[in-house]
Design a binder for this molecule. Sequence first.
Ligand SMILES: Cc1ncc(COP(=O)(O)O)c(C=O)c1O
Length: 420
Amino acid sequence: MASVDIKSLYSEYVKSLETYIMFRIKQEMLRLTPELKAKKRAPINLSMGAPVQAPPDVVLNSLKECVTQPGINLYSVPKGEAFFVEAVAQRMKKRFGVDVDPKTEVFSLIGSKEGLANTFRAFINPTTVEKEKDIILIPDPGYASYVDQIKVAGGMPYSIPLTAENNYMPNLNEVITQLEKDGYSAKKVKAIVINYPNNPLGATATRNYLKHVVDFAKKMGILLVSDAAYADMYFGNEEAPASILEIEGAKDIAIELHSFSKPYSMTGWRLGWVCGNKDAVGIIGKLKSTMDTGLFKALQRAAADVLVSEEGDKYIVECNKMYQKKQEIAIKGFKELGWNMDSMKVPGATFYLWLPIPPSYKNSSEFAQKILETSGIVIVPGVAFGKYGEGFFRISLVDSDERIQECIDRMKEDGFYYNK
Ligand SMILES: Cc1ncc(COP(=O)(O)O)c(C=O)c1O
């Protein structure tokens, strides 16, 4: 019998899909590990945005307590248990002053990554015909998953350029002008994604700008998706980042995705929620319900408890102080290595640092590969976040102070100065 070419059976949407950049970086790190260890350069991974400390005690104790309760092992509901969505509503009110109806305007997520993917699938009419594709406007540089998720859903991502020149808050009408110049129809735009505080830039948005985004989405008649994964990660003089839902009338067109991953160091727990416009939340929920059957009830209990606890709030404040200290160590180090840190706007949010590559490298991938091979330092090339990310790299400041300092020391020893 002739052998079957399984690859020829792949869907058109996944044929061009590449392995997710963070997994590719990890594979390369693992491949080089023996060699790096042998030269006393065991990898230090500054690529993943995953806090390493334990989550707050309240969440751990709550999980331990309820994991043995009778019935806790049974299916939950995709939307989330009443106590979970009610805790979300309380949190949105306390943190942002925003009212959301737990019955109709909140839905649980298996992390915001899953929520984003299902949002795109719910709004894009899939096609493989280039000119017929629904367009989703996405921040560039931006979270690497947006592009793949939109493509796999049969749509087309279109970049909103975030540059130092536009203070990372570009005029969106100009983006549409450019889109039309590039030969696309504005009528194909279905949604806009914003992400403040931004991964990888750490940039935040003013309330005025958020109003511009809401006005723009209303004028265009499109969905506004606010990815608020880093809403609680801010420090120094930074004002608490706003929710898009604080802007008057936003609920007519906007949803917001929140995550437990970063503020509570719960990346592996896979927990989040979407809230806002009830039609959008409803349809995402309906679609999601064909794929998953909700979160483990014990996780929901623990998550609900941390959301409304004082301890959870204090934990966030303490972690943010810690990230600020790590940022100070990194900034001092990069200054010593010749980076012109004084000319840069240092972010007061997230735990990322976004820096230009030394001018002697031809692109960010070359620099990332070289510093990994030579010094065992794992960074993310800026191009992984979009074409406007080329020429830069991102480091995550979640590892210990000592290991961040060790990266700086290795760079000095191995000659990774800005002007070399
Ligand atoms: C901007 C942004 N959005 C969403 C996510 C996904 O987070 P999670 O699925 O853990 O909630 C990440 C993770 O790094 C992110 O950086």
